[in-house]
Design a protein around this ligand. Structure first.
Ligand code: AMP
Length: 114
């Protein structure tokens, strides 16, 4: 999508600190990190919100989690623990309407979140 900031990041139009890149998935460090590790993991295909998911998106959603697991391992958090979360809609705090997993680690993370 031409007006999507995350599509522009995938395309290199907007610079990012890339952590992972394959044919389907892209991951980069959050510009406003909320923890020592804060990475956004996104599908290369533009999907606005969880509400827009279709049955044929099941594989890509699984891949996002597998990439989260890999990055957490690469950064040394497999056993220490980490949080993976996806916001859906404005009330949940979604501000960029291209689905993304937040991978957070490196500090105690409260539950429930605010
Ligand atoms: P959400 O509020 O769940 O939609 O998360 C959007 C996230 O995107 C926020 O944590 C922002 O800090 C992050 N973000 C927005 N623009 C950029 C950017 N250009 N590079 C990296 N992260 C970004």
């Amino acid at each position: 999508m031409s007006d999507c900031i995350f599509c522009k990041i995938i395309g290199g139009e907007i610079p990012s600190q890339v952590v992972y890149d394959d044919e389907d998935v892209f991951a980069f460090r959050d510009i406003n990190a909320q923890a020592p590790l804060h990475v956004l993991i996104i599908p290369k295909a533009h999907i606005a919100t969880i509400n827009d998911l279709e049955t044929n998106n099941a594989d890509i959603i699984g891949k996002l989690y597998l990439v989260a697991k890999k990055i957490a391992a690469d950064e040394g958090y497999t056993n220490k623990g980490y949080r993976v979360v996806m916001n859906c809609g404005e009330a949940a705090g979604q501000t960029v309407f291209h689905i993304h997993l937040h991978l957070l680690a490196g500090r105690p993370l409260d539950w429930p979140p605010g």
